[in-house]
Design a protein around this ligand. Structure first.
Ligand code: FCB
Length: 484
């Protein structure tokens, strides 16, 4: 019944073990406490936008269960918790007045975490943009970056040095391309030119917010950004396939890494996207603003991709099979990649259809370290959705998730052996939650949430992770089922 995995890898005592969530995915209470509407409230209310018509209105009801959830984390021995702040909860329209009740919610949450000995790792933007800002153009509007910096400043004042790491943005790739090009995420726009403007304004928002946080808290503030860097392989060594991979790397990774860490956009991106945009939204001085020193780079990792030079007719849309019979987008998120073809990846796959390839994580961490040797790294998300079942004993014996975590944490250790400076690991996710366009249909939690009662149950993966944290040693995947 179990797969036995090699084990025994030990992690250093100062390696930080955590788990991650995001405000819209768990909080619920969408109209309570003075919260304003976000683009995800609007988007999820659109028929057909989210699987089964699910919305984040209730989610995992975390807003009403903070003491219980912090106790749960404490019980697991989590050393860090990566949460995000809902901007519209603390500033309902994204500009002007702040909402003290919303700020107090996060002050209370952070205080409880600190009290429980859990380091708060705070993300300022995990996709829930105030709707009023979207009405004014959202991330296509340069002003949004300045509003974001004001909000960041206010949160730095409110939470101060209780926050261990300040992360400006989560996965700007998704915000820009899924939100504004393919439109499968909020705000659901399908305009490739708009997505490139969004890329730049998100980068600018990061730089301005990093500066604002340091203005308030000084240089001791630990500032970071989390990227979902794509690990893409060329189908062959043929120059046209290698070039196809480079096109993907350029719009997926380099348009973030280079401005953030090197103060420039990749030269190739201008020619590659010339048919879509002239990039005139980049103003003098922007790149200096964007390139702020960061103390940590967050890496979210789930799977890998494989591409070749397109051989037949161009694929219409994003080439994906869509969400369970939902149609996929007619507009590709892959701007400037019309002549690139994505190949199916061999299995195994998770319930998201994502291939499982832990070696990709080692490769990513090692290559980042080689490129930026003095930049500390953390895996800020990694985990898997599977079709969990509650057994007759009332428990969730989620061995596939234990195996996934086992192999990926081992892959992090392998990267560290190869010299990568990795400081921590955060499982996505602490609990089942609203998985964006897939609603509640995909469960990523190590804790099960019963969506009728919002009751939480530790899955075997949570118990396995608890023991990993306690011993700093990876146990064989199959041992989880014997734990109580
Ligand atoms: C990432 C998101 C996170 C979650 C996982 C599965 O792209 O940051 O919110 O949905 O994927």
């Amino acid at each position: 019944m179990t797969t036995s995995r090699p084990s025994g890898r030990q992690f250093p005592a100062d390696f930080l073990w955590g788990s991650a969530t995001a405000s819209y995915q768990i909080e619920g209470a969408a109209t309570e406490g003075g919260r304003g509407p976000s683009i995800w409230d609007t988007f999820s209310a659109k028929p057909g936008a989210v699987l089964n018509g699910d919305t984040g209105a209730v989610a995992a009801d975390h807003y009403h269960r903070v003491p219980e959830d912090v106790a749960l984390m404490q019980g697991l021995g989590l050393q860090a918790y990566r949460l995000s702040i809902a901007w519209p909860r603390v500033q309902p329209t994204g500009s002007g007045e702040f909402n003290q009740e919303g700020i107090d919610f996060y002050v209370d949450l952070v205080d409880r975490l600190v009290e429980a000995g859990i380091a708060p790792v705070v993300t300022l933007y995990h996709w829930d943009l105030p709707q009023a800002l979207e009405d004014a153009g959202g991330w296509t509007n340069r002003e949004t970056a300045y509003r974001f910096a004001d909000y960041a400043r206010r949160m730095a004042e409110a939470l101060g040095d209780k926050v261990t790491v300040w992360t400006t943005l989560n996965e700007p790739w998704c915000s820009a391309y899924l939100g504004y090009a393919s439109g499968v995420h909020a705000p659901g726009r399908t305009d490739q030119a708009a997505s490139l403007a969004a890329v730049h304004h998100l980068n600018l928002a990061h730089g301005l917010a990093a500066r604002a946080v340091r203005d308030v808290l000084g240089d001791s503030a630990q500032v970071s950004i989390t990227l979902n860097l794509h690990v893409t392989r060329a189908a062959s060594d043929a120059p046209e396939d290698v070039a196809a991979k480079q096109q993907v790397d350029t719009v997926a990774n380099e348009v973030f890494l280079q401005p953030l860490l090197e103060g420039r956009y990749p030269e190739q991106v201008f020619a590659q996207t010339a048919a879509v945009s002239d990039w005139s939204f980049v103003q003098d001085g922007d790149l200096e603003l964007i390139r702020q020193p960061i103390d940590l780079l967050g890496v979210n990792y789930y799977s890998t991709g494989r591409v070749q030079r397109l051989q037949g007719e161009p694929v219409v849309g994003d080439g994906s099979p869509g969400v369970d019979g939902h149609k996929s987008s007619e507009v590709s998120p892959w701007v400037g990649c019309d002549d690139v073809e994505w190949l199916p990846q061999p299995g195994p796959h998770t319930a998201m259809g994502w291939n499982i390839e832990p070696a990709g994580l080692t490769e990513l961490l090692v290559s980042l370290h080689e490129r930026y040797p003095s930049l500390p790294l953390a895996v800020t998300e990694n985990g898997a959705a599977f079709a969990d079942e509650v057994s007759a004993d009332g428990r969730v014996h989620d061995l596939p998730r234990v195996e996934y975590l086992h192999d990926h944490i081992d892959a992090v250790g392998a990267a560290m052996d190869a010299g990568a400076d990795v400081r921590g690991y955060f499982v996505w996710s602490l609990m089942d939650n609203f998985e964006w366009a897939y609603g509640y249909d995909r469960r990523f939690g190590i804790v099960r949430v019963d969506y009728d009662t919002c009751e939480r149950t530790l899955k075997d993966s949570a118990l396995w992770y608890r023991d990993l944290i306690a011993t700093r040693t990876i146990a064989p995947a199959g041992t989880a089922v014997t734990l109580s």
